[in-house]
Ligand binder design. Sequence first.
Ligand code: PGU
Length: 409
Amino acid sequence: MLNRNPRLANLTSGYLFPEIAKRRAAYAKAHPDASIISLGIGNTTEPLTPHVVRGLSDSVAKLGTKEGYSGYGDETGLAPLRAKIASVLYGDLVTAEEVFVSDGAKCDIGRIQYLFGPDAAVAVQDPAYPVYVDGSVMIGAAGPALASGSGYEGISYMPCTAENGFFPDLSAIPPKSIIYFCSPNNPTGAVATKAELKALVDRARATGSVIVFDSAYSAFIRDPELPRSIYEIDGARECAIEVSSFSKPIGFTGVRCGWTVVPRELAFADGTPVMNDWARLVTTIFNGASNIAQAGALASLDAEGLAETRELTDYYLRNAAVIREALSAPNFRAAGVEIYGGDNAPYVWARFPGRKSWEMFDRILDECRVVTTPGAGFGPAGESFLRFSSFGHHEQVLEACSRLAKLTL
Ligand code: PGU
């Protein structure tokens, strides 16, 4: 038989979210009458909005006609959608040709690893969305797990803690690194300021590094002073790729549509534009996002669609506020629980001093029948934290919160 890819064998555990689903299923099996509520995975729950549904269904109807049918499209996306993303979401800070439509941010994060290959150094915020690290291990840019059990060889972990305002010490970034940076952040809920992103861009340029900026949650930013894109920062066009998504703003987690921006100025050490290789890559190993999904995404970018996006994201932010309040109840306060995030992001990040993440995960599942996400699953600096997701039906979130109020700590 063929040998197993040793890089895949380097992964120490399963992907975080299926791991949590497994524990939930085991608990449900042992307690068949328990009504479990999930504040775990960041998966949207509210129905698609009417204007977006019209965009989708008009596209389906068109595909059922001789004149309107289309097969394979441009692998880089429908021209009107690329133009609308550039103008509406970036205020023309990027051009339509620099926008590459995809089937989602996670898929593009995986494909981006091919651009730089196994020799690139990797720097990540710690904690971070697990795909950055696991994807790096899969391509061989990161090696086996460290003996200490805290991460993988070849990855520079940049702790983001309450003490540093969840913005890392950038001096830890080695030369010529891929820097994964997520803002609004999953899981901490922190949003980097313009000054912080300027420091990040300056450090990337000084070290010959490339930032992979994940703005999947930018639609949740309410503070007008906070940047929604890395391209609001001078110099970013020379050093940053941005990945983003329609999953969370318009509930497309299952429909699947996202995009990646690769600016014309971004070049490899030999001067080759990164954009050329990205186009080569996506036209070769990706056949474009579904034309139906793209039509829905396009509808979300006109005035009616934008109003719906605002309403939908407001709904989840209201849930986040309820969760924040629940976690400041006397039982949590007495245990010294600290609460972060949830105001410009759909995640609330809570620290349980002196406790382990998985221990708290099990306790809350057992006592409250509420699923959370253990902070340790996002990296060593996530230990002692839990992430609470605001994606859920409001009444269920209220019920989960009333159960949390009775948790013994
Ligand atoms: N980027 C970040 C930072 C995310 O948190 C997520 C989803 C994605 C990208 C995925 O975007 P798509 O466009 O839908 O591919 N994170 C969720 C879901 C878990 C997962 O495995 O993606 C979460 O709970 O963290």
